[in-house]
Design a protein around this ligand. Sequence first.
Ligand SMILES: NC(=O)c1ccc[n+]([C@@H]2O[C@H](COP(=O)([O-])OP(=O)(O)OC[C@H]3O[C@@H](n4cnc5c(N)ncnc54)[C@H](OP(=O)(O)O)[C@@H]3O)[C@@H](O)[C@H]2O)c1
Length: 327
Amino acid sequence: MVGATGAVGTRLLSILEERSFGATELRLFASERSKGRQITSHGREWECQVLAKACFDGLDWVFFDASDEISRQWVPEALGSGARVIDNSAVYRMDPAVVLGVPEVNREAIESSVRRGDRLFSGPNCSTVQLTVALQPLSEAFGIKRVLVSTYQSVSGAGAAAMDELQAQMVGGDERSIFPHRIAANLIPRIGKVQDDGFTSEEQKLMLETRKILGLPNLPIAATAVRVPTFLSHAESVFVEFARPASLDDISRVWKQAPGLEWVDDPGRDLYPTNENTSGRDMVSVGRLRLDPSVSSGVCFWVVSDNLRKGAALNAVQIAESIRAAN
Ligand SMILES: NC(=O)c1ccc[n+]([C@@H]2O[C@H](COP(=O)([O-])OP(=O)(O)OC[C@H]3O[C@@H](n4cnc5c(N)ncnc54)[C@H](OP(=O)(O)O)[C@@H]3O)[C@@H](O)[C@H]2O)c1
């Protein structure tokens, strides 16, 4: 596990235990500053190591949850050691030869990749995962013509240090090392680098990765990504236009059968997905479903999911489980 001490890595460790993945030996890698730190997992203590030549030798699985730079440099080494690699960085996501996996959505692509003998699998951006879990059943049932999405992304999407920054600002501090503005009591409508077309890299990831995972390379989709002062879970406001007519009943029927998705939608009784009721849980939660009056067939909805679990760590473990099942 590379990045074992980070926001995603710590979840990954506990999820492997929760789901009885069956690890008999763990090798936990982090930066120089964590070297020698003892981490308890799977009933014993493991010492954090730093990456080095041949450090992956003998491992069956390597999970990368550190950074793009680390993945770029070390994924080839892990593959060279013969391990299967699940990489949560952005480096290989858009590589046509690498499956970008969300098992509820494209398990068949993962299985075909295993049959081809591939050993590298990529995990998507956290906002992409929940969007595709909600959209895939709608795409299959009604065909999707267009998607508009605005995100409300928690600070944990920017890593453990970003959570510390919000925490410090909430109790009066003014440290600003992760975000360009105060994030406490503020919204920041820029996540990632601004591209030539004005979209940010986060928005671009959400648009391109969604097309790839849904297998709709020409899907018209536009995104606005906003950082909000919450700690955990990302929320999204989504508008979808369909190719075929779809009533609210049709959609509820489809969503109720969709894997990994729960429908929480009784706004009159204040029942809808929130950060609080999704954090620490595995499901992607949808609600606030309405017909979109501005198009002939379409809906608006709200989707929330724990970005560190289904948006990253859980999804990576589910990819590994799908690979195992395909063998
Ligand atoms: N956060 C999310 O919601 C999310 C969702 C999807 C994908 N991802 C991806 O998951 C990855 C990790 O994100 P995160 O939010 O967990 O970040 P994070 O909290 O900042 O954790 C980064 C991890 O990388 C380790 N690291 C830093 N330099 C290293 C080095 N030279 N060698 C080995 N390990 C090193 C850190 O170790 P130290 O503790 O020693 O510094 C830490 O364990 C990123 O690629 C991110 O894009 C994140």
